[in-house]
Each structure stands twice: as C-alpha cells, then as structure tokens.
Design a protein around this ligand. Sequence first.
Ligand SMILES: Cc1cc2nc3c(=O)[nH]c(=O)nc-3n(C[C@H](O)[C@H](O)[C@H](O)COP(=O)(O)OP(=O)(O)OC[C@H]3O[C@@H](n4cnc5c(N)ncnc54)[C@H](O)[C@@H]3O)c2cc1C
Length: 402
Amino acid sequence: MTAAVEAAEVGYPVVLVEKEPFLGGRVVRSHRYFPKMCPPTCGFEINVRRIRGNPKITVHTLSTVEEVSGEVGAFRARIRKQPRYVTGDVSIDDSVTEQLASERPDEFNMGLQTTKGLYYPHNAAYPPLHVVDKEALSDGDVAVLAEACPPGAIDLDMTEEEFTIDVGAVIVATGWKGYDPGKLPKLGFDRCPDVVTNLMIERFAAPNGPTEGKILRPSNGEAPEKVAFVQCAGSRDENHLPYCSAVCCMASLKQARYIREAYPDAKVTIFYIDIRTLGRLEKFYYELLEDDNISFVKGKVAEVNEDPDTHELILEVEDTVAGERPDSRFDMVVLATGIVPNTADSPIPLELDHDDYGFLNGATGVEGVFAAGCATHPCDVSRTTKESTAAALKAIQCLNRG
Ligand SMILES: Cc1cc2nc3c(=O)[nH]c(=O)nc-3n(C[C@H](O)[C@H](O)[C@H](O)COP(=O)(O)OP(=O)(O)OC[C@H]3O[C@@H](n4cnc5c(N)ncnc54)[C@H](O)[C@@H]3O)c2cc1C
C-alpha cells in the first residue's frame, strides 16, 4: 500500500494486486502496534484515504499475478481475479448475513471463529464490501440470498476473470506468515489448548477478534493468571528457522503489556535466548523491567506439557543466568513463532534472487523488479514502509532512465 501511494502521488499510475478480499496484510490483524501502541487502523486509514482519493491507483483484490513477461519499461502481467459475487452497486444489510445457516472459517481471525457464507471481512475492511464464499453456501442459503438481498447486490453467476496489464516496473511486497507451531511438537501447540501463538494473541486482544478483545484461556474461557512467553519458537534454530525473526521480542513485550493492562494481578514470564530490541525500541523493554509482575528468564524452553490433574502447563527450562530451575508452572503459554516469507512456498512467477529460506533480495536480480518489507527479511512496520518508499523511488528511477 505504501509503495503504491508513494508512486501514485508523484504521478505514476499504479495497479495494486492483493490476493485477499481486503488490503492491509498482517498489520490490520494486529491489536495495536509497537512502539506507539496505537491501533493499526491509524496508519491504515491514512493509506486508505490516500488510495481512495487517487485515481491513479487501481486496486484488484482477490487477485494474483499468474505470469510476468517482457522487460523493464515494458512488462506484461497476467492477473487472475477470483469472483467476489458481490457487485458493490447496492449495499447489503447485516440482517441478510444473520439469516444464513452455513458457517466457514474466518481467515481474518485465523480460523478462530467462523463467518457465514456472505460476510464482511472485518470492520475496517477496504474495499468496504462483503464477500460471498460460494462453496460454503447451502441450498437454503442461496434461497435466502435471492430473497433477502436487494436486487443487484449479489451475482452468484460471476466467474473468475483473467486479464493482462502493461507496467514498466514491478514491486513485490508479498509479506509473511507465522512459522507453523505444529512443526514444534515438543512445545505442545497441538497437545495443549492453552498453548497459543503470538499471532493468536493479537486476534484475542483485538476488539474485532474472536473473544472481542479478551485474552482468555482457550481451554476454559477464564482469564489467565500466569502467562509464559516462549521466545524463538522456531527462530534461531538450525532445525527450523536458523535466522532471527527480528520482531518477536518486541511483539512479546507488547503482548505482555496487553496482559498486564487487562489483568492487573497477572504474572508474566518471558523466556528468552537474547532480548533483541534495537535502537530506540530499547526504551520499550526497559519500561517493562520496572514491572514487578513481569520476569525475564534467560533460558530456551525445551518442552511444554500439561499436568493432567491441574491442567497447568509445565515448562522444561533452565535459568542459565541463575543456574537453577525457575518456576515453570503456568496457565497459558504463548509461542513467539517466527516469520516465514510467503514467497517460500508460493513463489511469484518471476525468477528472482532469494536466500535459502525464500526471502527475496531487495534488488531482485531482474531489472525493473524490486522487493520490500517482509518479503525480503523479517522486519517491523516502520522498516517495511521505508523500504516500500525506497522501492517506489527505484521503480520510478528505472522508468526515467531512458
Ligand atoms: C506477532 C507479531 C506481532 C507484530 N507486531 C508488530 C507491531 O506491533 N509493530 C510493528 O511495527 N510490526 C509488528 N510486526 C511485524 C509486521 O507484521 C510486519 O512488519 C508487516 O506485516 C510487514 O508488512 P508487509 O507488507 O511486508 O507484509 P504483510 O503484512 O504480510 O502484507 C503482505 C500482503 O501481500 C499479500 N500477498 C501475499 N502474497 C500475495 C500474492 N501472491 N499475490 C497478491 N497478494 C499477496 C498478503 O495477502 C498481504 O496483504 C509483528 C509481527 C508479528 C509476528
């Protein structure tokens, strides 16, 4: 979004291609973002306003780039666009959705709740449109839609479209996903309901999430009293992700704040290898060191098991500074899972330079193609937006080189 508005605001036409039904990537799925702790919608809404008001930007959601041919200054991209089945010409009342029967996983909330087959992706969604998941509709739902939707609002005969666009330069900003906690069986995600991931905590804490802003133990819906954060869950581990995922320490510090703000008596322990809070972010960490209810223990958690009698979670870990076993019983455990580039298993249709883990080089090895943000390395929003602005400048420069 940043690269698009930066290029468009100096006069270049931009086509923004997004595979989801809405813009905003992972950032709109956060509750608040460090270091300012403001809701992600702050920056997002500014970008939406810049996009909406700029006729030079064309947005294609539910779309992917299937093929890119040509060369710098004269690329041709083939776009595939999935049907939304919602025309956008007539608004749809929420009461229609409520009448539908079948449920489907809510991707915006990581499948932690369901939506109906006609749904509004989230309250700040842009474009501000419902979506139909046609496969999820029962025959009864189809009849309800025909009956209850205003004429012209829905078109279940829409089909997938393919079209080409001609562009001079390409910016790849396909971002990341969380490391699969199922690949860390010793840490108990698949065995213990109260072992959750850092991405799940963002959704629990968010008012538009599955628990309407309450961080609760999934096993019993109660408020947690003792929470452990397991840092480097997958990251800095030769068997998983050998690299540092760069943002997980700050993410856990932020989430420890969510818990302490919600539950003044709750105790939080962060188990870490090293706390990595670069530059001015260090202040955020030092502030938490003042909180008597937050402890930091240097030690890599080897295993998490549930006590069958008390349902407490027991961590196998040693405090390597004190040289002793710390208090290791908790009622909720958050795995600080790392960042994996989407390009690792969904490569885009261009032969671009990348490392062993799928992260692209910013200068991609193809003239006129640039990459930015977590597609290139794990990083925070501030770094992502700076790199995206730089990528927009690089794209403009190559179009003017003549
Ligand atoms: C637990 C956690 C908490 C975090 N909290 C913070 C925080 O508080 N503050 C902060 O600064 N940073 C935070 N971050 C980091 C932040 O999420 C990233 O910096 C940011 O998401 C990077 O943005 P991006 O645009 O590179 O990628 P993304 O946000 O992943 O966006 C990529 C977009 O590309 C789309 N896409 C992917 N593949 C395709 C394709 N083939 N075709 C079309 N579209 C595609 C995706 O749908 C998505 O919309 C956190 C990270 C984690 C793990």
